[in-house]
Design a protein. Structure first.
Lengths: 487, 487
């Protein structure tokens, strides 16, 4: 890390935070009023700037995060792709959810229906708490920033302390692109330090918060957001165990493949992924266990930083010290750790054993029969993902699938939850504590919905309406009319 | 009120509440699993049952609420219409927001895209706090119940203490229809008493809350919902002043019409409407003021009950006792009250003068010039509605419209906000305190979205998917595929 860059990222002062929020508040209307085409140009421009500076940014990220170059190259590509996908989402206009009711004197409600023309508008300044583990994709120019800018909201990013120089460099690129595109000053701001984050979160002008991080830290911020005189939406991804259920059929017929997939999912990026499987149910005396026991050492690479490493060590200790838990394989520094216990133990001591270990470790949980497997599956709740390895002719697999849909935001079949794709149908969220707002996603094009609210205009003359709502629909946005599907 | 009915509605005991919630939790999966056609049949069935028992229900409502028969006849019609509209919404299937990504090996993110098939599923048991002022449309069989049942959630209604016998009678009709349609026991429950409501709200099995009522009461419940170990969404409509801005043009050219419309909006249903205009800005020396001063007495009818009347008297007193506020007209028992003050006074003493008076009163606020009018408009926030009376060639009217969209969920032009239509494009919500969840509406077909969350299925075999997600789409629900519009 270069000395110059480190010096440039001291904590933001209280006066600077106040100025950043005031600038965002002042930018809210003019930024929202820029055309959808201009908004898309900004998102594409940020993507282009990231790509153009890839070598420099990746070098910074390598120095600050210990992540390997190929992983960072892929993550940067994902991040610029994500920005371009939101640019397309903006141009499509479907996110506006335009609904039009023509006036109807014979509306069967019993009173004439007035003309109503409704669309989504931006919420206002959004505060994003950047994550440690994706220095590009969930950080300064990541999904929360992309979706909030796409929605038409100014964005203030509270930088993650794990990669301050990279955060500054990306922030400068974003500011340059915004200025070049004619966006108002204040459309983007970057702040450093926990106190700065709390100050911004409690500022009356901030309209919504996005967060990815720990359950304890996230819950404290959620409580602050809800406790404001004017509460604001808090979209927090707080943690997940991402259970994997391996049926007896699958364990018998595909043990080597399942064991290999598990080791990759647990060890890649040193297990520092929000969808890393942290609990894997397998039959007693399973060939999967035999395969894993034979595993010598799976190297993981270094962890992101000392804070993350210390948190991981502490979370692992809580599980490892349990008298009924033993080490199946690994666990030396720099290699993945596989722990093992029984379903009976987990069900008897849920609080001690079912919590996220953010790093390269997982808990294998053995079950005696399908009833015990289903009991275990029903005991988990609030997950980003649940994965099932099984056969489609197996009743137990069907029961697991049905239970999983009630537990998680994403349900996977014979596949691993790591390697989250950014798509139209993606769902990265789930019941608490996976997220604080289970109806939302932080990944995929639907993430834009978090930063919008609808407004209906009643009997407003055509020429006074926003263009998307006018009779002529000059921007060609999709619209539902009188309850009929959007065109 | 008959003695038998009153005796039957004592407060629900703690054991009874626990049993009601447990029954709702047990009903959640089977009720969610019933077909969309069956769900629609239940909603239509409740509508039919209300209509079939209209005479009896209206007689009960008249005894318990002091509302006039024509108003109650209209409200019941609205309520059964609303249930049938949600039945259509269920059958349409658009609320499922089905999105499908086909697998794509060349997805430009840099990694192959897996197959993802996503749809909305019900959240689980919903607790509805019924309102006092609409004993049908916002009570036991009202919009919150209709939209939550339509979403596939069991519903527990905490009855409003203002109309207990009517609540019991409607609850029995709903239970009968559910049983006739084969819905699981526990799909609907009715509880009485504040403690019972709080107990249900803090029960782990309750998944979401809907509330319409006062800011103080609603905020206390919101805080409890957010403070749970597992927080749940709280959809609260907590109060609104519903400002009306009359431009100089409109005041000059349409004074008699505006004065008459205002008196109707303030006095109908004794002003006990969440969209009653509570602040009306007019020019100094306006012909509108002259018209209103000439008004002798506008009768309002009795208020709903003594609690509401006492709350109204207290809210009015806070405004009326202000040294710069005077009575313009009315104010004797049983007639509407028009108070008047200046914009300067309101801006100088916002907290004392800008709060809801739930009853037949409004505060006329005089402005000296357009700058003062715009300053007043910019000072309000968190409204269900803002109404503008003006001329479309007037720049001030344009500025008011633009400001209003940032303040309210519904913006009206030359029309009054009372008489809320139940439609596809309706928006009944707005920034806090109008609602605690500004992205949602409690009226109109979009209200169903409050009780849903998305689940994505990754690489799940076709025969294991819910029918709405299968390749064949046997129910014909609209679906977006690879980012292209729903068909």
């Amino acid at each position: 890390m270069t000395g110059i860059l480190v010096e440039s990222v001291t904590d933001t002062t209280s006066d600077e935070v106040a100025a950043t929020v005031a600038a965002a508040a002042a930018a809210a209307r003019p930024w929202a009023a820029m055309s959808l085409a201009d908004r898309a140009r900004v998102l594409d421009g940020i993507a282009d700037a990231l790509d153009a500076h890839a070598a420099q940014l990746i070098a910074l990220a390598m120095r600050e995060t210990n992540l390997a170059e190929p992983r960072l190259v892929g993550e940067l590509r994902r991040t610029s792709f994500q920005l371009r996908l939101f640019a397309q989402t903006v141009l499509d206009g479907g996110f506006l959810d335009v609904r039009i009711d023509d006036a109807d004197a014979d509306w069967p409600m019993g009173a004439p229906r007035p003309e109503l023309r409704r669309m989504n508008i931006p919420l206002g300044p959004v505060l994003n708490f950047a994550a440690s583990n994706f220095p590009f994709a969930f950080s300064v120019a990541g999904g929360d920033t992309a979706s909030a800018l796409a929605a038409g909201c100014p964005v203030i990013v509270k930088a993650n302390p794990g990669h301050p120089a990279l955060s500054s460099a990306v922030g400068e690129l974003i500011e340059t692109v915004l200025a070049e595109c004619g966006a108002p000053r204040g459309s983007f701001g970057l702040i450093f330090g926990r106190n700065a984050g709390v100050q911004a979160l409690t500022h009356p002008a901030v309209a919504a918060v996005a967060f990815t991080g720990s359950t304890a830290g996230g819950r404290a911020l959620y409580d602050l957001a809800c406790g404001r005189p004017v509460p604001i939406p808090f979209y927090g991804e707080l943690g997940s165990i991402n259970p994997v259920f391996v049926t007896a059929d699958a364990a018998r017929s595909r043990a080597p493949e399942i064991a290999a997939g598990l080791l990759t999912a647990v060890s890649s990026s040193a297990g520092q992924l929000c969808t890393k499987p942290g609990l894997v149910a397998v039959p007693e005396q399973s060939p999967v266990l035999d395969e894993l026991t034979r595993t010598a050492s799976v190297p993981t690479g270094e962890m992101l930083n000392e804070t993350i490493a210390a948190g991981f060590a502490s979370a692992v200790a809580r599980v490892r010290e349990h008298p009924e838990v033993r080490v199946l394989a690994g666990g030396s520094p720099g290699e993945a750790l596989l722990l093992v216990t029984s379903t009976r133990t987990v069900l008897a001591d849920r609080d001690a054993l079912m919590h996220e270990m953010f790093g390269p470790a997982t808990l294998l949980v053995t079950y005696r029969d399908n009833d015990e497997l289903l009991e275990l599956a029903r005991s988990v709740h609030g997950e980003l993902t649940v994965s099932i390895f099984g056969d489609h002719t197996d009743d137990t697999a069907h029961a697991l699938l049905s239970t999983a849909a009630g537990t998680a935001g994403r349900v996977l079949w014979n596949s691993w939850p790591t390697g989250l794709s950014v798509t139209y149908a993606q769902q990265h969220g789930g019941p608490y504590p996976a997220t604080t707002a289970p109806a939302t996603t932080s990944v995929g094009t639907a993430a834009i919905a978090r930063f919008l609210r609808p407004v209906a205009f009643q009997s407003v003359p055509d020429e006074m309406l926003p263009p998307q709502l006018r009779i002529a629909n000059p921007l060609g946005v999709p619209r539902s009319v009188n309850g009929a599907r959007a065109q």
